[in-house]
Design a binder for this molecule. Structure first.
Ligand code: UDP
Ligand code: MN
Length: 276
């Protein structure tokens, strides 16, 4: 579907299958609750059926169909789920069966949205708990650290939330850099973006609070400060996943947004045991 932009800024997410459509619906509901007037753009591949996209359309999202990137066969094989999981195993958590690593690279299509002055990308497995419109005035490339286990994580970047300036030139340079012989991006778009923007600007960790912090580093948790909550690894809508018992309060909150039921005052929620 082709629609017109309604604003100079956009929140952008990506959906390549019905499961991430569920996530994106909760994300879009959370964004609407912040009162933002920026566009909400859902980049989706052709494989996502109309039923999965209907709730997003009802929420006034701008749906834009995108192709996978034009990448070589060897690149695609190297980054296919089975290959990637054996070459660079996930030891800290588990990815859902519906997660295809190759699909992550479609995030780079954001740079083609040149009708916008600036975009804030947010993974479909996140919730926005406060208005974050000021991020549209942050420079490219801004992102938060990949903190979910220890202090050392502050050195790395997480690509679940980032601020970027669409540009055909940047997009072209990215494609040139992405698919070169022998290259292996072990954490797909995240490793690539960290390499492409070595001088990335660090956002406070509260702009991309990863769910594992709830039990690994409770001293860092502070409901009053969290702007964006990101359910990395296991997804809240996966039934009885391995971390579900430990993450129950966060899963309950996600369902509040997803079901469009009453959302409690976030700042008044109980922090985990061990919070500062
Ligand atoms: N994504 C998608 N389909 C896939 C894999 C990823 O649509 O098969 C999109 C979706 O927006 C998702 C993001 O890319 O939130 C990154 O993947 P995910 O959030 O599962 O990675 P994690 O945060 O667990 O590292
Ligand atoms: Mn994610």
């Amino acid at each position: 579907m082709t629609t017109q932009p309604r604003h100079r800024f956009a929140y952008v997410t990506l959906v390549t299958n019905a499961d991430y459509g569920i996530g994106a619906t909760a994300l879009a509901r959370s964004l609407r609750r912040t009162g933002t007037t920026a566009d909400i753009v859902v980049l989706h591949t052709g494989g996502v059926d109309a039923a999965a996209l209907a709730p997003l359309e009802a929420l006034g999202c701008r749906l834009i169909e995108v192709e996978h990137l034009p990448l070589s066969d060897v690149f695609n094989e190297r980054h296919a789920r089975g290959q990637l999981h054996s070459a660079a195993p996930f030891t800290k958590g588990r990815k859902p069966a519906f997660h295809s690593p190759l699909d992550n690279f479609c995030k780079l299509r954001l740079w083609q949205l040149v009708e916008y002055e600036r975009c804030v990308f947010i993974d479909a497995d996140a919730l926005v708990l406060k208005n974050v419109d000021r991020l549209f005035f942050y420079p490219e490339f801004s992102a938060a650290p990949n903190v979910y286990e220890s202090l050392a994580d502050f050195r790395r970047m997480n690509s679940g939330v980032f601020v970027a300036t669409p540009s055909h030139d940047t997009f072209r340079h990215m494609l040139e850099r992405l698919d070169t012989p022998e290259v292996f991006w072990r954490r797909t778009d995240q490793t690539f973006l960290e390499t492409f923007f070595p001088e990335w600007h660090g956002l406070p960790v509260y702009f991309n609070m990863l769910q594992y912090v709830w039990f690994t580093m409770p001293a860092l948790w502070d409901w009053k400060s969290i702007s964006i909550l990101h359910y990395q690894y296991e997804k809240p809508w996966e039934k009885d996943h391995p971390k579900a018992v430990r993450l129950q309060p966060l899963i309950d909150l996600w369902y509040r947004f997803h079901n469009d039921s009453d959302v409690p005052e976030i700042a008044a929620l109980d922090n985990p045991e061990g919070a500062a």
